[in-house]
Ligand binder design. Sequence first.
Ligand code: DGT
Ligand code: CA
Ligand code: CA
Ligand code: ZN
Length: 575
Amino acid sequence: MVLSGIREVIWKGMEASNRTISERLLLMAQVLEILDENPFKVRAYRRASEIIGRLATPVAGLSITDLDAMEGIGEGVALKVQEIASSGTFRELEEALSRIPPGLIDLLNIEGVGPKTAKTLWQKMNITSVADLERAARARRIRALKGFGEKKEALFLRSIARQKTPATRMNREQADEIIAVIRTVMKEGTWTVAGSYRRGKSTVGDIDIVTTDDPRRVNSLLHGISDEMIDVGDKKTSFRCRGSRVDVRFTSPSMFGSMLLHLTGSAAFNIRMRELAISKGASLNEYGIVYTSQGISKEFSREEEVFFYLGLDFIVPELREDWGEVEAAHSHTLPTLVEQGQIRGDLHVHSSWSDGSMDIRSIARAGEELGYSYLACTDHSSSLGVARGLDEAALKCQAHEIEMVNRDTSCHILHGIEVDILADGSPGLPASALRDLDIVIGSIHSAFSQESDVMTRRIISAVSHEDIDIIGHPTGRLLGQREAYAVDMQRVIAAAAATGTALECNASSFRMDLDDLHIREAIQSGVKISIGTDAHGPRELHYLPYGLGLCRRGWATPSDLLNTLTCQEVLEYVS
Ligand code: DGT
Ligand code: CA
Ligand code: CA
Ligand code: ZN
């Protein structure tokens, strides 16, 4: 299954991407672990996989010497990288794979199954495929194994069920990748992405495009990048690109405004707008407005004109959900939303002190390039199994390095930590370690399956802890992979409001957590939102606008965020 995916990539004539290389190296680490091979070797592959997965520059074309020179990549792994770049796999991996049952690898995609569990299931119960696992779980045979219980069994079954109906929505990064492919053929012509993408939603079902370009020309260009042309016409065209659907609507420039408005949606917003038009004796659709009684029709080349024609203030795409924005536009009470230019920094970044790929100086330099006045370096704490977490002594050394870097950077590095919230709600490091830090994020990285009241009280104790300033990725969801933990957000928001603790809007395309409605509730209760990219490498620093989009969807104004404060003001807020 995994292999055929790779072959497809190569067959498409593309050079192996960092993602492909990273996945192959990770697979090697996993197979070696199942086979009980040398843990150092396992770790070396795992680390190389993480590093390459986070690099912005493609490694496929690099020489052995260049690869070897990278931190965390030795000559052995460098050779494998080259093999993958040219053939999609490497000999040692294929050899290792031949020593385990072929279906065993698929088990690793099930939530709660890592290499160790896969090995146990295989050796103790002869489970060698997802189908075997499902059968055993249904027959309640898993719980007989030492270290497994009813909960694990239920988790396996839920995860298997979810896999059978795979997530069909893409995350924003995947959508951006497809849009970049479209841009390679459509260039900077007259086209705009509409739909949920334009509204800034955390996930995107399909990509909608409106264009005034010539349909014949566009259709022939799209052929070159499509997996499949679903429907080709001169009014609209649908095709599949990299596995996802793209809808293109053609329009004349004179009707571009109403067409873009219609295709941006949401459907609920469109219906609300139509109702408003009807109340004024007009009918609104993608081609414009018609006054039925008088037979007058009007076209709109710009979206703004439609709003003004209906007596509304302009509503930005992020607000178009029929969550009260049409009424607010009518009474001229729309909020003045926070904008990208007002963001002064990123409040959640990992360095190479824990599991990130950037050292402190590179983080500062990246922050300068982004025009930030500060960046919070918030590595993992050592309490749990998280790779290379920091303890109190390491934090002291890190403080020293940050102080050195801060002497000559225009982007101030705030010294923080992302400390684990342990199962009992206490932070994974002593107060003496947390007290001297500039900023402390508390996050849950373990015991995800606690029941709602326990989980909620656990998070609230972190909210109430005097050293914790921000709750990281508060619901814990991983889009398409892991559900949010059972937590009563209303109670958490009320506690955060009472203690002045901020809630994070984690801008990683894999998380997008908190999402729009929770942000709106938090803000309404007076809770501050802290956008953090959770970047582990330079590429991921560019996630910030994803989070900003969610905040705008949550009606956030500049004063609702920590990121719009100056460095000094942030320090004062969290002190
Ligand atoms: P998605 O793709 O599921 O993430 O969500 P959207 O919002 O992009 O929805 P999509 O692609 O089905 O349709 C694009 C836009 O077309 C949608 O935002 C509004 C408009 N539209 C679609 N269906 C309806 C409908 O039933 N009524 C109205 N008034 N507009 C619709
Ligand atoms: Ca769509
Ligand atoms: Ca669509
Ligand atoms: Zn985290």
